[in-house]
Write a protein that binds this ligand. Structure first.
Ligand SMILES: Nc1ncnc2c1ncn2[C@@H]1O[C@H](COP(=O)(O)OP(=O)(O)OP(=O)(O)O)[C@@H](O)[C@H]1O
Length: 272
């Protein structure tokens, strides 16, 4: 059963009736993410130096910047993986308070995160990878849970792969399972940290297509990415990070078409 993630084989599953399509993006009032004056240090090294960022429901934010500028650290602060020393952070109206396990758990349920590496559980089939977290965290089991997992796999183009094993899938397919798995928790916001960087170039498009469809459906997304064409096309706003600060922020047409600072101009010209 789902309560035993160490099981070596997945149980045989009955075919469940197809559930009514549940919305990907929950309805929310007010900002989904609200960050003020956030500072994060590793020892003496301050890597986030006062971040202010407010993300509205349905917004797609592309985060770009040089290696080491603090992009991943910012995402990891938003889902509570990293503590920060100063400032405030709220997700869907809930404040993140380190040291308060219940508040941290509640916040993490609002935040889905997808990483460069897919991190699927190799001993669970695809369906059970998607169903595991909702079963453990929200107690969702049985036919409705399976129907929801099937629906999400359908949504990422993997309706046929419910009973496949992760190692039978391509990298692009595994990453799409990881997206379905994150969506299974009904997050208020999805954080994507360079989710195509580990993929062979021919597999990048299929993953970006899924992300674009989620954006079209109204999912709130924060995406650290090197895919500038994708950022240009899909993002509502682009955040350019430099040395731990948001150096420039605005619509893609402005940032890519008329960068205001030498740092962004240099970053963009180095891409060509
Ligand atoms: N666990 C850690 N301990 C100490 N320093 C860290 C740790 N994680 C990150 N850093 C440092 O924090 C800074 C920001 O790192 P971060 O990974 O957020 O940058 P990034 O912009 O995401 O870079 P990349 O594009 O290479 O992933 C870097 O100088 C990095 O060395």
């Amino acid at each position: 059963m789902l309560t035993d993630p160490s099981a070596q084989s997945a149980p045989v599953l009955s075919v469940a009736p197809v559930a009514a399509v549940a919305p990907v993006a929950p309805v929310a009032a007010g900002p989904i993410v609200e960050i003020h004056a956030l500072r994060k240090r590793y020892g003496e090294h301050e890597v986030l130096k006062g971040i202010d960022l407010v993300v509205q429901p349905g917004e797609v934010i592309a985060i770009i910047g040089k290696s080491g500028s603090g992009k991943s650290t910012l995402l990891r602060c938003i889902n509570g993986l990293e503590e920060f020393q100063e400032g405030t952070l709220q997700v869907a109206g809930q404040a993140l308070r380190h040291g308060n396990a219940a508040a941290l758990r509640a916040l993490r349920q609002q935040v889905g995160m997808i990483f460069q590496s897919f991190n699927l559980f190799p001993h669970l089939d695809v369906g059970h990878n998607v169903m595991l977290a909702p079963a453990l965290v929200k107690g969702r089991r049985g036919a409705p849970a399976e129907a929801r997992a099937r629906e999400l796999l359908e949504r990422v183009g993997l309706g046929e792969k419910f009973q496949a094993w992760p190692d039978q899938l391509s990298g692009g397919q595994q990453q799409r399972v990881a997206i379905a798995r994150a969506l299974a928790m009904d997050p208020a916001v999805l954080l994507c940290d360079e989710i195509t960087s580990a993929l062979d170039p021919e597999l990048v498009g299929e993953v970006l297509k899924v992300v674009e469809s989620l954006a079209d459906e109204g999912m709130t997304l924060l995406m650290v990415t090197h895919e500038m064409n994708f950022a240009r096309k899909v993002a509502d706003r682009v955040v350019f990070m430099h040395a731990g600060r948001i150096h420039e922020m605005g619509p893609p047409a402005d940032l890519f078409g008329a960068p205001q600072t030498p740092e962004l101009r240099q970053f963009l010209s180095a891409l060509h």
